[in-house]
Ligand binder design. Sequence first.
Ligand code: ZN
Length: 202
Amino acid sequence: MSSPYAAPVQALIDELGRLPGVGPKSAQRIAFYLLQVAPEDANRLARAVTEAKERITWCRRCFNISEGELCNFCLDDRRDASLVCVVQDPRDIVAVERTREFRGLYHVLQGAISPIHGIGPDKLRVAELMRRIVDEGITEVILATNPDIEGDATAMYLAQGLRPLGVRITRIASGIPVGGDLEDADEVTLGRALEGRRVVDS
Ligand SMILES: [Zn+2]
């Protein structure tokens, strides 16, 4: 079936429809909104996308998003480099920072172990984490992966792999709704979960 829209409009709808959380109806609505706004407004959006893609890279130490080789957390020498909070996604760092409970550094796995989606530890920044623990004198690793099946499995896998390295391994306490995302947790709940973290002894 051919599209009822001109090819450039259909291409725009298709691209918008690829964005997370944007269904076909929303993609159409946003596309028509963009066609109606002033050219400079639409261009500002296009430029923001291009610039973010050109200027932002991964921190070579913790794999957070970064404008330079190292992200702002890794560059901040007031932070406690012996303490590392392991998260799935750079957005989770924002959530942990909001609690103001944590003054250590981060390590972003860039996902979670998920056999269904074919994501094994080799697809995540696990080897880089192990290397950091050996190289950087890290004494405690806080496993702050999401409290769902994949996040728990990832935490368990990491705890087993990290144990021989002799670091203290803790997991954030429950309190965050099971199945929820770290980034959706309010700062009080997440702050308590950090404070009440427990040593992983499995
Ligand atoms: Zn970093």
